[in-house]
Design a protein around this ligand. Sequence first.
Ligand SMILES: *[C@@H]1O[C@H](CO)[C@@H](O)[C@H](O)[C@H]1NC(C)=O
Ligand SMILES: *[C@@H]1O[C@H](CO)[C@@H](O)[C@H](O)[C@H]1NC(C)=O
Length: 194
Amino acid sequence: MKTFIASLALPLLAAAAPTCTPATTDANPPFSVMAVRSASPIHYLQLNAAGQKFWLGGQTSSYCPTEVVQNCPPGNQTILAPGGNALDVEVPGGQQVYVDPTGALSFTQAHSASIPAGSSVGNLAYQPGTPWAHYTFNGWGATGLMACPTEDNRWQVFAAMSNATVPSGKVGDCLGFSALALPYEGDVPAWQYA
Ligand SMILES: *[C@@H]1O[C@H](CO)[C@@H](O)[C@H](O)[C@H]1NC(C)=O
Ligand SMILES: *[C@@H]1O[C@H](CO)[C@@H](O)[C@H](O)[C@H]1NC(C)=O
């Protein structure tokens, strides 16, 4: 594992350079997530929030109400709040992150605390590490996260569980990945994700 990570460090730094902030002294920072699974289509793809679910690649989907539109953050990158069980947003009440009963990594709508019955709540975690911190899911005996192909050629993020209900119907189509957590410094990046 050590050799594996060390061999990743150089290309990863190069790839992450545009968005990677300097090392932080904060032990529990807000963070973005980048997938690592070498020699796969998801290698180095960013985790993006859209439509109350999470995807690798594509675009972050966010929203700003007209009352605040003048002071709206750009909302173009997906940042998790410290600990990883919520999104880093300005909207009052915040937005929680959880795993729904199908296994899909999910987030609550703004102004709603509604989470489907049978979801796993509070089991996502930011794990500090050297050189990289990781984002993990520890509920239901899962071993982290996986990305599953969709009909419209996207990769949707699920808890890595053999009984997940995935878009293609076959968990064997999914790719487990290492979720690098990259500390984020700066203003809250979005009013709300949508
Ligand atoms: C987000 O938008 C801002 C302002 O338009 C821009 O400066 C920044 O580079 C963008 N960031 C990303 C990650 O796309
Ligand atoms: C999936 O498996 C886990 C671990 O055995 C279990 O805790 C969970 O309830 C199962 N979920 C479903 C939807 O069957």
